[in-house]
Design a binder for this molecule. Structure first.
Ligand code: SAH
Ligand code: F3S
Length: 450
């Protein structure tokens, strides 16, 4: 049977989609290739959020095509996911050797289309149509097929986003918000837990909008909180996380869920984007600096140890030095455990691309650099404060960089490296933090776990 290699760009949603496509192909008899150079089929699961991510995937495709041609090898190559969705047939016009362009609502058709291409029945396939109910088609996981058994899994709860932040391409690449039902999601989580999973991350572009249209409030609790409660019931599940919420939908019912549901791990990724009210408005974010600070304050009251991370954009059109300083000051005030900083990247057909006062590239670079310095300095201080403390970790497996080391995560989602062995894999264990690296803790299990 043919072998397939999938390379993923972008976010956790893309990772999850790739895993589902791989599982679907394996179920149809395909094997997973060790590398792209020996695969019969190579799929690039793409990201469109910033221009750089698109350029990376396009260059990769050019390399693949060039190498296969040089070696006179037949290989089916395709773009799937967000860039496939937003650019469609244009990708084949630009790179005529590309065989398949498959959009974000069509992942479940991958096996069928590849069969057609491999058998020669069809020469090129472009399918980027919208498809009703496609949010429920991503279910397969590759748990037993892969060498290591996963302890941590991602479950997609919804697709799309209706917020239309003015900088963001996601509403166009992922479409309208569509949510799966609570019983459907819980059934998938139960299956994962039965297979050994101990930690589940619920995924969506804007999880705080989960089920908004279909599931009414219950005792003042949003559909998303009702879902958290249902997942929390699953015996054997130890930790629940989710990403990403939107500050606008971060109600008291969600803060209260942290106080009430012990399996809800004390970590929160809450995208900020900017600390300036003027910019938040131009970005169409729907909250103010004060509202954002209020959420953080309440969360820390509910769970003092909560790890909080965020996303920030620098150099959004019209951002002045004063606006930027508002972001800097908010970061100092909140003290994020980590922040992912992005230089604004103009996306085709988004309102921000047409806004006046686009910020020169050098200024985007300079603000990126200044903000990074602040974020790193605060992060280091917060990580150093862990030295000497005992923390519970869930051991994921050998570290990618050094196989003698094992890696796990604390409840507050910090990575911990320690000298472990296969017997630790999948275990919840206590370690004592001995030192820190860049956004990493080093732990010693010997002290508390013999
Ligand atoms: N709600 C989504 C956001 C997806 S995009 C989520 O689940 O995280 C991830 C991050 O990329 C955003 O939070 C934003 O900080 C950044 N981003 C999005 N569009 C961008 C653009 N045009 N330029 C720079 N950064 C961008
Ligand atoms: Fe993008 Fe804003 Fe939705 S960042 S994914 S439009 S919440």
């Amino acid at each position: 049977m043919p072998s397939v290699f999938i390379k993923t760009y972008g976010c956790q949603m893309n990772e999850r989609d790739s895993e589902a496509v791989a599982a679907q192909l394996v179920a149809k008899g395909y094997s997973l290739a060790r590398s792209e150079s020996v695969a019969d089929v190579v799929l690039l699961n793409t990201c469109s959020v910033r221009d750089l991510a698109e350029q990376k995937a396009i260059n990769k495709m050019k390399n693949l095509i060039g190498t296969a041609r040089g070696e006179k090898r037949e290989q089916i190559v395709g773009f799937i996911g967000c860039m496939a969705q937003s650019r469609g047939k244009e990708l084949i016009d630009r790179l005529p050797d590309v065989d398949l362009v498959l959009g974000t609502q069509k992942f479940h058709r991958a096996a069928e289309y590849l069969d057609d291409l491999l058998s020669g029945r069809t020469k090129k396939i472009v399918d980027v149509e919208a498809e009703a109910k496609s949010e429920s088609t991503i279910r397969e996981h590759l748990l037993n097929g892969s060498a290591k058994k996963s302890v941590s899994a991602f479950v997609s709860i919804m697709q799309g986003c209706n917020q239309y932040c003015t900088f963001c391409i996601v509403p166009y690449t992922r479409g309208e918000e569509r949510s799966r039902t609570i019983p459907d999601i819980v059934a998938e989580c139960r299956e994962l837990v039965a297979g050994g999973v101990k930690e589940i991350t619920l995924l969506g572009q804007i999880v705080t909008s989960y089920g908004k249209r279909d599931i009414p409030l219950l005792d003042g609790k949003s559909a998303f909180v009702q879902l958290l409660e249902a997942v929390h019931e699953i015996d054997g599940l130890e930790r629940i996380r989710f990403t990403s919420p939107h500050p606008k939908g971060y109600g008291d019912d969600l803060v209260e869920a942290y106080a009430r549901l012990p399996k809800l791990a004390e970590s929160a990724h809450i995208p900020l984007q900017s600390g300036s009210d003027r910019l938040l408005k131009l970005m169409h974010r729907g909250y103010t600096r004060e509202r954002f600070l209020g959420i953080i304050h309440k969360l820390r009251e509910a769970r003092p140890d909560i790890g909080i991370t965020t996303d920030i954009i620098v150099g959004f059109p019209g951002e002045t030095e004063e606006d930027f300083e508002q972001t800097l000051s908010l970061c100092r005030e909140v003290e994020f455990d980590n922040a992912f900083i992005f230089k604004y990247s103009s996306r085709r057909d988004t309102p921000a691309a047409e806004m006046p006062d686009q910020v020169p590239q050098e200024i985007r670079e300079e603000r990126n650099h200044r903000l990074l310095e602040t974020v790193n300095e605060i992060g280091k201080r917060k990580y150093d404060a862990f030295i000497g403390r005992q923390v519970q970790i869930l051991v994921e497996g050998p570290s990618k960089k050094n196989a003698a080391r094992y890696t796990g995560r604390t409840r507050c989602n910090r990575i911990v490296l320690f000298d472990g062995s296969a017997r630790h894999q999948g275990q919840l264990m206590d370690v004592k933090v001995t030192r820190t690296g860049s956004f990493t803790l080093y732990g010693d299990p010997a002290i508390v776990n013999l």
